[in-house]
Ligand binder design. Structure first.
Ligand code: ADP
Length: 312
């Protein structure tokens, strides 16, 4: 990959250089032509014929000057062209690196349930005295792993489609009503404080956003712990606040929780809370698409507050 970008950078530099040198040479020939004509015209008007060597000397001096200037332009535009080409290609290179990392992380996460299905099925098939009960048990386990695979692929597809989908079907939605609908659909108990708020958005993306935060608030809290949601508007900004009294997040983890596939150690080890570390990455993409931001306050053992702020 580095090689491709190295070659592309040189190619781009050469293109910049060719354009600049074509312009520079065009002007140089023009300048030389104008000065040459001017010398001839003066000869004719003044009817003075300066010595031939003198005229040639002037011509050579102009040619020398023009060659020198063009070499200078070649050098300066070569260096700045190379630097500019690097600057142009850098975001593309970073985006491709990010994609590669994502594919590698996604394949790694997909491999785990696939390996479980494969090994368990092989072991079950090797059992010569396999009865219906054990076969059913195996099928149930396979189904669970397939569900995990489906959830993960759904997440990956959401992340990929997000940018296109958000632009589609944007309309004025009642955020308070949408929040109530999401809470009802999730069949959870939430302490909801809301005022009538309207926002220009894609409804599905707002539902997804609320679902992600509420899902986490439940997952990372003890059973029946209190979850509070506040929806409001302040200084031309819509504010959604999701507060839980759960396990909280370590200060050192907070800068990373929005990274794709990042899971804090507590969620990986303690009681094995299911997840892929993609929810908050999706939430971040949605909020950024609306030019908003997410603030997090959290204390280990006390709980977390996620605050989404979107300009309206
Ligand atoms: P997942 O929940 O699938 O692991 P997320 O991207 O939603 O992925 O969250 C990333 C990590 O952030 C989680 O693994 C967890 O460690 C931490 N986290 C997110 N929300 C909370 C919360 N409400 N309370 C405690 N930890 C949380």
């Amino acid at each position: 990959m580095k090689n491709i970008f190295g070659r592309a950078r040189i190619k781009l530099t050469l293109i910049y250089l060719a354009i600049i040198m074509a312009i520079s040479l065009f002007f140089s020939f023009n300048i030389y032509g104008v000065i040459n004509n001017e010398i001839k015209r003066r000869d004719r008007i003044l009817r003075l014929a300066p010595p031939r060597e003198f005229v040639d000397q002037i011509r050579f001096r102009i040619i020398d000057q023009l060659i020198f200037t063009n070499l200078g332009i070649l050098l300066i535009s070569g260096i700045s062209g190379y630097w500019l080409a690097g600057l142009t290609l850098q975001p593309i290179e970073e985006a491709i690196e990010e994609q590669k990392r994502f594919i590698s992380d996604a394949s790694h996460e997909l491999r785990t349930p696939l390996t479980v299905i494969k090994t368990e099925t092989e072991v079950t098939l090797r059992d010569k005295k396999l009865d219906l009960k054990n076969a059913k048990k195996q099928l149930i386990s396979n189904l669970e792993e397939t569900d995990k695979l489906k959830k993960l692929t759904d997440y990956i597809l959401t992340l990929n489609r997000l940018e296109n989908d958000l632009e589609k079907e944007k309309k004025m939605i009642d955020l308070d009503k949408t929040t109530k609908e999401v809470i009802d659909q999730m069949k959870i108990k939430v302490d909801l404080k809301t005022e009538p708020v309207k926002i220009m958005a894609n409804k599905i993306s707002i539902e997804k956003l609320l679902t992600i935060f509420l899902d986490n608030a439940i997952k990372y809290s003890p059973k029946n712990a209190k979850i509070a949601v506040k929806i409001g508007q302040e200084n031309g900004r819509v504010i959604m606040e999701i507060k839980d009294n759960g396990m909280g997040i370590k200060k050192s983890d907070i800068p990373y929780i929005f990274n794709r596939f990042y899971r804090a150690d507590t969620s990986r080890s303690k009681n094995k809370i299911e997840g892929y570390g993609l929810g908050l990455a999706i939430a971040k993409s949605i909020v950024e698409a609306y030019k908003g931001k997410i603030e997090v306050e959290s204390e280990i053992g006390k709980g977390s507050v996620f605050r989404v702020i979107i300009p309206c």
